[in-house]
Design a protein around this ligand. Structure first.
Ligand SMILES: O=P(O)(O)O[C@H]1O[C@H](CO)[C@@H](O)[C@H]1O
Ligand SMILES: O=c1cc[nH]c(=O)[nH]1
Length: 273
């Protein structure tokens, strides 16, 4: 893993100026947005988007603690098969995700696994299926503030392979399962309602499996800071074959979330994250 880099401005601040250096801001302190202090969380964090999904992670844990809930960032911790697990919600989109990853890193988290929802872009991927990300098309503004347009947004390969293996093991253990696991590329969009039929068609033609809104920031910030990240999402809807379903009460989506969380927890244990 390469050394952490910081987002250095093109022209350094003049010596003796009082311009704030945010690369050092808050290190060792309770964090401004997530409300967590060093020592309150472990080294691996599961990241759902929605604060109301953090307790779904806690359902798998023992010795559960509520750590903080500030803005969209809710955090709980607990034990899963001998490992201290942290669950923190990112909110929707790359800006708040980048803040969550930066601040979690400042309090000791070194591995991040997003457990989200996503819309499918290839026919036949059904609500409730799991999608393991192998890389993100960076259609967001946040990562453009951090890196060159050609910089790749890629997950840690070991976490990615383990997420695929653990989710396929869950599938194999369920006789008559009516869901599937898919691995491939996804897109991270900024603007949910700006996804036109033309854009959806372009992503489909490029073979992109699914679209969500956070992974590009998680991957880029993790790489820049020398940390590890991966993503497993549950399909909420299919934007190309009409299996559209923006209904969180539907049990297929909830079942998918729970399976994605279990695969992420098993990954954390297997890799000692
Ligand atoms: O369910 P979460 O994890 O929030 O993920 C998806 O759902 C939201 C859009 O509905 C976006 O945040 C998108 O990435
Ligand atoms: O989850 C998502 C993200 C972007 N666009 C969608 O339709 N769904």
């Amino acid at each position: 893993m390469s050394a952490p880099a910081s987002p250095s401005p093109a022209t350094p601040a003049p010596a003796g100026s009082s311009i704030v250096d945010k690369s050092a801001a808050g290190v060792g302190a309770r964090q401004y947005h997530i409300g967590i202090a060093p020592g309150e969380v472990g080294t691996v964090a599961l990241l759902p988007g929605d604060p109301f999904r953090v307790p779904f992670v806690a359902e798998f844990l023992t010795d559960v603690k509520d750590i903080a809930h500030n803005r969209e960032h809710r955090t709980m911790t607990g034990m899963y098969r001998g490992r201290l697990i942290t669950a923190t919600s990112t909110g929707m989109g790359c800006p708040s995700t980048a803040i969550a990853v930066e601040e979690l890193a400042r309090v000791g988290v070194t591995s991040f696994i997003r457990v989200g929802s996503t819309a499918a872009l290839q026919p036949g991927i059904r609500p409730g299926d799991l999608l393991v990300s192998e890389g993100s098309l960076r259609n967001d503004g946040t990562t453009a503030a951090y890196v060159h347009p050609g910089y790749p947004a890629v997950p840690d390969p070991t976490i990615t392979l383990e997420l695929a293996a653990r989710s396929r093991a869950l599938l194999a253990a369920e006789p008559g399962a009516d869901w599937a696991v898919h691995s491939g590329l996804n897109a991270s969009d900024d603007a949910f309602y700006a996804e036109t039929p033309e854009w959806i068609g372009q992503l489909n033609a490029m073979g992109i499996l699914n679209v969500e809104m956070e992974s590009s920031a998680m991957y880029v910030v993790a790489r820049l800071r020398g940390l590890r990240a991966g993503m497993i999402c549950a399909c909420s809807s299919n934007l190309v074959d009409g299996a559209s379903l923006y209904d969180e009460a539907n049990s297929r989506l909830k079942d998918g979330w729970m399976r994605s969380i279990e695969a992420a927890l098993e990954t954390a244990v297997a890799l000692e994250l």
